[in-house]
Design a protein around this ligand. Structure first.
Ligand code: KG4
Ligand code: ZN
Length: 334
C-alpha cells in the first residue's frame, strides 16, 4: 500500500511516500525558518502563504524521489489538526484536490498521532502498550498508547509547551529562531548547575507539566544581569534552563511509565531532537528498568513521513475515502 503523507500544520511544508507502512521511499521538507527568523517566531499569515508556494513543488519532489506517479498511490494522508488554521487549510485543500482529480482516497490525520508513530519510521520499534512523551512547540503531553490509533492522554502542559519555552527563552536571550536548537548549541559550553531554576513538579502524582514559571525565572535572571550591568552568562543560562526542562520531562515520563506499569517509553516531537534530553532519558531509563525508544532527530521535528505512517494505519482500519466535507481543527482533540 503506497501512501503520500502531507504535513503543513506549522512552519514546515512536508511530503513523504511510505510503502506498506514500513519502507520510506521519499521524505521532503521545506522549512520556513528563513521566512520567520527575523520575527523571532512563526507569523501565521506568512506561514500560510509560504505553504501555498511550496506545497506543489514539495509533493512533486517527493513523488520524483520515490520514483512513483500519482497513479501509483493507494491513498493520501494529510494533517487535519491541531495547528495553525491557515497552514492546515493549504495542506488539506491540496490533498482534497489531488484526491478528487485522481480518484485517490484521502484521510485526515491527527498531528499528535503522527508524532507518536514517528518511532516506527526507523530503528528499534516498541511493542504495545507503551507510554509516549510528545514534546513539541505546541504540546507537552504524555499518552498511554495501546495500538497505532488508540492512545489515552495521561498528562499535558497547563501553560507553555516545552518547545514554546525553548523558543521564548531563546528570544529573550536574542538567540536565533527556532529556539530549541539554538539553546541546545549554546548549552554545550555552559554549566547546567550555574543557576537553580525552578522545576514545577506540581502535585505528587501529577503527570501534567508547567513551564511558564521557569520561563519567568529565566527572564528575571536576565533582567537582573542587565540591571547589574553584567554581561548575561548566556551559555550558563541556556544550560541551566535546558537542564530544568529536561529533568522534568524525563522524571514525569518515567513517573507515567511507573503509574501505568509499562516498561517502555517513547520520546517524540521536536524537543525530542535535544541531545541532552536524549542522553538523560536513556541514562535514567537504564536505571529505572524502562526501555527507551526515540526516532532519529529528523523524524522528531515535523515531517510528512509520520503523517503517512499514521495515515497508513487509518486506511488499514477502514478510515478515509472521498468525503470532501472535512474541515481542519486548531486545538488538540483530547
Ligand atoms: O514537533 P515540532 O517540529 O513542531 C510542533 O509540532 O510544534 O516541534 C518544534 C519545536 C520548537 O519549539 C523547537 O524549538 C523545538 O521543537 N526543538 C528543539 C530542538 N529542535 C527543535 N527543542 C530543543 N532542542 C532541540 N534540539
Ligand atoms: Zn509537531
Amino acid at each position: 500500500m503506497l501512501i503520500l503523507g502531507i504535513e503543513s500544520s506549522c512552519d514546515e511544508t512536508a511530503a513523504a511516500v511510505l510503502a506498506d507502512g514500513e519502507r520510506l521511499l521519499a521524505d521532503v521538507i521545506d522549512s520556513q525558518v528563513a521566512v520567520h527568523a527575523r520575527f523571532g517566531g512563526v507569523v501565521p499569515e506568512l506561514a500560510s502563504r509560504r505553504h501555498l508556494e511550496a506545497i506543489q513543488p514539495v509533493v512533486a519532489e517527493a513523488l520524483a524521489q520515490a520514483g512513483v506517479t500519482l497513479a501509483d498511490l493507494d491513498g493520501i494522508a494529510v494533517t487535519q489538526g491541531p495547528g495553525l488554521i491557515g497552514s492546515l487549510l493549504v495542506g488539506l485543500s491540496f490533498a482534497k484536490a489531488l484526491s478528487f482529480a485522481r480518484r485517490i482516497p484521502y484521510v485526515g490525520v491527527d498531528h499528535m498521532n503522527g508524532h507518536l508513530l514517528s518511532v516506527f519510521l526507523d530503528g528499534a520499534r516498541p511493542a504495545f502498550p507503551f507510554v509516549a512523551l510528545v514534546a513539541s512547540g505546541g504540546h507537552s503531553s504524555l499518552f498511554h498508547v495501546t495500538s497505532p490509533l488508540a492512545y489515552r492522554l495521561l498528562g499535558r502542559s497547563r501553560d507553555d509547551a516545552a518547545g514554546e519555552a525553548f523558543d521564548k527563552v531563546a528570544k529573550l536571550l536574542g538567540l536565533a529562531y527556532p529556539g530549541g536548537p539554538a539553546i541546545g548549541r549554546r548549552a554545550e559550553t555552559g554549566d547546567p548547575a550555574a543557576f537553580a531554576f525552578p522545576r514545577a513538579w506540581l502535585e505528587p502524582d501529577s503527570l501534567d507539566f508547567s513551564f511558564s514559571g521557569l520561563k519567568t525565572a529565566v527572564a528575571n535572571q536576565v533582567h537582573h544581569c542587565q540591571r547589574q550591568g553584567e554581561e548575561a552568562a548566556v551559555a550558563d543560562i541556556c544550560a541551566s534552563f535546558q537542564e530544568a526542562v529536561v529533568e522534568v520531562l524525563v522524571e514525569k515520563g518515567l513517573r507515567a511509565a511507573r503509574q501505568t506499569d509499562c516498561p517502555r517509553l517513547v520520546l517524540a516531537g521536536g524537543v525530542a531532537a535535544n541531545r541532552r534530553l536524549r542522553a538523560f532519558l536513556q541514562a535514567r531509563g537504564a536505571v529505572e528498568g524502562v526501555e527507551i525508544f526515540m526516532p532519529p532527530p529528523r523524524f522528531c521535528t515535523d515531517n510528512g513521513a509520520m503523517v503517512a505512517m499514521a495515515g497508513f494505519h487509518r486506511f488499514q482500519a477502514g478510515h478515509g475515502g472521498h468525503d470532501y466535507g472535512m474541515d481542519v481543527y486548531s486545538r488538540a482533540v483530547f
